[in-house]
Design a protein around this ligand. Structure first.
Ligand code: SF4
Length: 223
């Protein structure tokens, strides 16, 4: 897997590079056309030592205006959902697959995802969570490197390298598909159970693959 070079680091192992250093490298990123149309780049927010990292698709209108993921009504909805897994905002980190809002909230294009994904990979390597919750198709397909849709992938935990991955629906999608909401809650309950059954590990992280690249681990269905 290619590693985005962070100045000052010869070896970029798990938790060696800070999120601030990654943000600094991004600067006023113009690597894809979304750099021209965004209002604010939305890097990510939360606990840099989180056990659980949530990955969404891309910024919406409010996020683009404020420069933070999951603000406003979407943020309140997420807070309520976190409670289902026994989590609070301060326990988690949230980032998106792409950091700039696509015009009119269209889907991100493959070349935009390809341009932006090195930043997400470094965020994952920096935080090195135990669990990655993928919200929606784009995050699930990126992390698990599959073409399968979230409807197929959800409902069980996947193992990819070091990470336990929980694909589930994006909360915004549940506004239009109310029957998905209880399934999303089931998935988050499953994450909460896994966290309870697997207390924090104290050992230093070992080097390993980061999602978004072919991983050494396989989808083991660890639920
Ligand atoms: S979406 Fe990502 S790659 Fe494209 S301009 Fe924004 S930060 Fe750069």
């Amino acid at each position: 897997m290619s590693v985005m070079k962070i100045p000052g680091h010869d070896h970029q192992g798990p938790r060696e590079v800070s999120l601030e250093e990654i943000r600094e490298v991004m600067g006023d990123c113009q690597l894809c056309p979304l750099g021209e149309t965004r209002n604010k780049l939305v890097f990510g927010v939360g606990n840099p030592h989180a056990r659980v990292m949530f990955i969404g698709e891309g910024p919406g209108k409010n996020e683009d205006m404020q420069g933070e993921p999951f603000v406003g009504a979407a943020g309140h909805k997420l807070d309520a959902l976190l409670g289902v897994a026994g989590l609070k905002r301060e326990d988690i980190y949230i980032a998106n697959v792409i950091k700039c809002r696509p015009p009119a909230n269209r889907n991100p294009k493959p070349d935009e995802i390809a341009a932006c994904s090195p930043f997400l990979r470094e965020q994952i390597r920096s935080i090195w969570p135990d669990v990655i919750v993928c919200l929606g198709n784009f995050a699930s397909q990126f992390v698990l490197q599959t073409d399968a849709g979230v409807t197929t992938l959800r409902g069980r935990l996947h193992q990819t390298g070091h990470f336990v991955v929980a694909p589930t629906f994006h909360p915004a999608a549940c506004i239009y598909h109310s029957d998905w909401q209880p399934l999303l809650e089931d998935d988050l309950r499953m994450v909460g159970r896994w966290l309870t059954e697997h207390p924090v590990r104290g050992e230093a992280p070992a080097a390993g693959d980061v999602p978004g690249a072919p991983a050494s681990g396989t989808d083991g269905g660890v639920a």
